[in-house]
Write a protein of this length. Structure first.
Lengths: 502, 330
């Protein structure tokens, strides 16, 4: 149990007054940053990074680590209460979180579910990280371009039937998302695509303003229509922690998906470039295969639990390649890596042996941050829920301001704000015509990954499809892909032939 | 009484003269000193290579008290893959703002700018060239080849292989290498990753055979025995743990190198006095020990300070050659 020993040593590093305070500060900042649409973990860590240059590295990484981590909690707040995802993984949380808070009138429980499953998912991720970190990182390495392509294809094909009632509409929106994502520089050669001679479009459509607009601002437009309606969510529950507690039955519904997603999310977090969004998405997709008491998308506890647990686990998992190999698993990881270098450490395969107090201190601080964030988050639920009692008339300008600030803060320019407004309008039109925007957003995130991995795979294989079948992991995933595509076709044929009853 | 007054007057006059002389000396070539915050633009995200470069210089300049007590505000302008920020700086009109604006500018910024926009190096005022970074080719533990001889032999046999690396100068390096070796893009193909770390991940997983990287990103992996340098794309071998890699000339080819330089530029409209001031500030920075030990050595760069005039000529030459290489030289 050498790892356990090292972990305890890590705790001895973390449990100094200074470091506990810093963890707490990171957790609070992370919650705020996560809850504010537009300022996700990437921006939060990047903004805070310059402030930490003068810290000692261990304290600095503990603060940023807990900020990154707490951010995964915060993202769900605005997703559940306002239907505006605070960060990209929370797009999935909004699918069930918002209906649960409004239609089912259980906002406190929805937040509680999100926090509790975040805790469980994160804990699983951290335990795996502690005992199998380097092993996991090695497994992540096996996922080269071919394997990633196959995995992403599986994810992409599931988008359509996963979200919303109509698969056809889902497929259409997936395509739209892919098209929009292809704007900007080509991922491999850097050649401009669909830039229409506009310098801003050279950098493509920035994701954060796009999400805030398509989900958040379109929500504002919808609210404008109903501005004179009375506040729908008349809260009949008490605004206390007790009033937000889950029943034992709720709890039983929450745990299995949270544990499943915890394992899966950790693994996805380890994969190169996949990150928490993909984790949350696959967690939710997998839940579709299991039983949920209420249908997913209608405010099911299972839906919230599956994606929230997965995204926290993925956040923990992404530390495995970062610490064991010096390889960032996400954009935020890359910024952290830059931080490590600035603090004078050499992130790389030698980090665990050259700076064990640092590496293990960070892991231990994640455990502490997980616990502290849960306590803080649960404590503020009653106050957060009050947002729902704000009259729509007042909510409209408030959310609009939040959206504008979020759009602006991505790159500190009005470009983000313009994108936010345009995508808000677009999202509203889609929504009015019965198209949910979630498939478009997911395709937007996954398409660039798919494109670059697929093209890399083809360069490696010199254009041969064989590469997807020769490697065992890729071959397995391709079989899964065919199973997903062919199952409905075969069912249809069998039904036509009368073999299968309708 | 009168004598005392005379002596006092004399003393005053002398001290004024000395002071004025010292002032004039300090501002030789003009009368510019920063009178407000300096806006220093960085066109990539915080935490990246350009950010580290900028902040290191900034910290040294502040510690050495070279900025007349003024602060530096780092502005991250990442829209349009950095092009928006670069255009903005190039268009700042003459005046106080222009004299207080700097931009971190690397060859990795120049190349996409030349390729994708009409903005050119001459639209900026070159200030100082600080250092260059060169490339090496590595093999991984799982690579088919163990040395560059084996690679050359395999290429002669007509085997195909894949080289992975980052964007920008790495791509230009690959192009120069295949031109010198006389092989086609098809035979020695290139995979561009967003960052070198992505390429390192892939070669550690054994997904291709050859890696191109600058020394700093690869050094830790070399030390851990995960990758081995087999070729130095430079005119001489690298020091330290990269010394085992021969240069191309040792195999009877011409040496290939595409140096990735790190520099500072300013708006074209910056006054001549300010240009003289800034180029001197960075000269002083480049002579400090913090710079040489804490940055150059750690990042494994080659220190190469050039003043404004030398760097202008160098940059224009670089631009001409690059434009010719991508067929954009009219």
């Amino acid at each position: 149990m050498e790892n356990l020993q090292m972990l305890f040593m890590g705790f001895s590093v973390v449990l100094t007054l200074e470091n506990v305070l810093v963890t707490m500060l990171g957790a609070v900042l992370g919650l705020i940053v996560g809850a504010m649409p537009g300022i996700g973990s990437l921006a939060g860590v990047a903004l805070l990074l310059p402030l930490t240059y003068k810290f000692n590295p261990t304290t600095a990484i503990i603060m940023l680590g807990s900020l990154y981590y707490a951010n995964m909690y915060g993202g769900s707040f605005s997703a559940i209460l306002l239907n505006i995802p605070g960060d990209s993984p929370a797009v999935m949380t909004a699918l069930d979180g918002y209906p649960m808070a409004t239609k089912r009138n259980r906002p406190g429980q929805a937040l509680f579910t999100a926090n509790m499953s975040s805790f469980i998912g994160g804990l699983i991720g951290m335990l795996i990280l502690t005992f199998m970190g380097p092993l996991l990182a090695d497994l992540g390495l096996k996922f080269g371009p071919a394997e990633m392509t196959a995995l992403l294809l599986v994810a992409m094909t599931s988008i359509g039937w996963l979200v919303g009632e109509s698969p056809t509409k889902g497929v259409v929106l997936t395509m739209v998302g892919i098209l929009l994502a292809s704007m900007g520089m080509d991922t491999l050669t850097g050649s401009p695509r669909y830039d229409f001679g506009n310098m801003y479009l050279l950098g493509g459509i920035p994701f954060t303003p796009f999400v805030i607009g398509a989900v958040g601002f379109s929500q504002v437009l919808k609210l404008m229509e109903e501005r004179n309606k009375k506040v729908e969510a008349h809260l009949n529950q008490k605004l206390t922690i007790r009033g937000s507690l889950l029943t034992l039955h709720d709890f039983r519904r929450l745990v299995p998906p949270a544990i499943r997603s915890g394992f899966m999310g950790t693994f996805v977090g380890v994969l190169p470039g996949a990150g928490a969004t993909t984790g949350a998405f696959l967690g939710y997709a997998a839940q579709k295969a299991f039983k949920s008491e209420e249908p997913l998308g209608s405010g099911a506890i299972e839906g919230i639990a599956s994606c929230e647990a997965a995204n926290n686990a993925a956040a923990a998992g992404s530390f495995a390649p970062l610490l064991a190999l010096g390889i960032p698993g996400s954009g935020t990881g890359a910024v952290l890596l830059g931080g490590l270098m600035m603090w004078g450490l050499n992130p790389g395969p030698l980090l665990f042996s050259t700076n064990p107090d640092f590496a293990w201190g960070l892991i231990a601080s994640l455990f502490l941050a997980n616990l502290l964030t849960l306590i803080i988050a649960l404590g503020i639920i009653p106050f957060l829920v009050k947002i729902l009692t704000v009259p729509v008339k007042m909510l409209i300008p408030i959310i609009t301001v939040v959206c504008v600030v979020g759009g602006y803060s991505t790159s500190n320019s009005m470009y983000g704000v313009i994108i936010m407004f345009l995508s808000g309008l677009f999202g509203y039109i889609l929504d009015r015509n019965g198209y949910g925007v979630a498939p478009m957003l997911l395709a937007f995130v996954l398409a660039p990954l798919l494109e670059s991995n697929m093209r890399k795979a083809f360069i490696i294989s010199h254009g041969s499809m064989g590469i997807f079948f020769e490697k065992p992991i890729a071959a397995f995933l391709i079989i899964v892909l065919f199973a997903i595509i062919l199952t409905p076709v075969i069912k249809f044929v069998l039904r036509k032939a009368g073999v299968l009853k309708k | 009484m009168r004598k005392i007054a005379l002596v006092l007057t004399m003393a005053l006059l002398v001290s004024v003269a000395v002071f004025a002389g010292a002032q004039a000396e300090a501002q030789a070539g003009g009368a510019f000193t920063p009178s407000k915050n300096i806006d220093w633009y960085v066109t990539s995200s915080p935490g990246g290579g350009s950010d580290i470069f900028t902040r290191t210089i900034m910290d040294i300049a502040v510690a050495e008290d070279l900025l007349n007590g003024q602060n530096v505000v780092v502005q991250y302008k990442t829209d349009g893959a950095g092009e928006v920020g670069r255009l903005l700086v190039s268009q700042i009109r003459a005046g106080v703002q222009a004299d207080h604006t700097l931009l971190t500018f690397n060859s990795g910024d120049l190349m996409p700018m030349l390729k994708n926009t009409n903005n050119r190096f001459e639209n900026f005022q070159a200030i100082a060239h600080m250092a260059v970074d060169k490339h090496l080719i590595f093999v991984g533990e799982m690579s088919k080849y163990k040395s560059f001889e084996e690679v050359l032999a395999a290429l002669k046999r007509g085997e195909r292989m894949v080289l992975g690396g980052s964007k920008g100068d790495d791509i230009a390096c690959h192009a120069a290498l295949i031109a010198e070796l006389g092989v086609t893009q098809d035979q020695l193909s290139y995979i561009a990753h967003d960052a070198t770390s992505g390429a390192i991940t892939a070669i550690l997983g054994g997904h291709f055979d050859l890696l191109i990287s600058k020394p700093a990103a690869a050094s830790q992996y070399v030390e851990a025995g995960k990758i081995t340098p087999i070729l130095a794309l430079s005119t001489s071998r690298f020091p330290g743990n990269l010394n085992s890699a021969p240069t191309l000339s040792e195999f009877g080819y011409k040496n290939v190198e595409v140096p990735n330089w790190r520099s500072i530029v300013a708006p074209k409209s910056m006054s001549a006095e300010a240009v003289a001031y800034w180029t001197d500030v960075f000269k002083k920075v480049s002579a400090t020990e913090t710079w040489n030990k804490g940055y150059i050595e750690k990042q494994k760069l080659v220190p190469d300070y050039m003043d404004a005039a030398t760097f202008t000529t160098y940059g224009m030459n670089f631009q001409k050659e690059y434009l010719a290489s991508i067929g954009k030289d009219k």
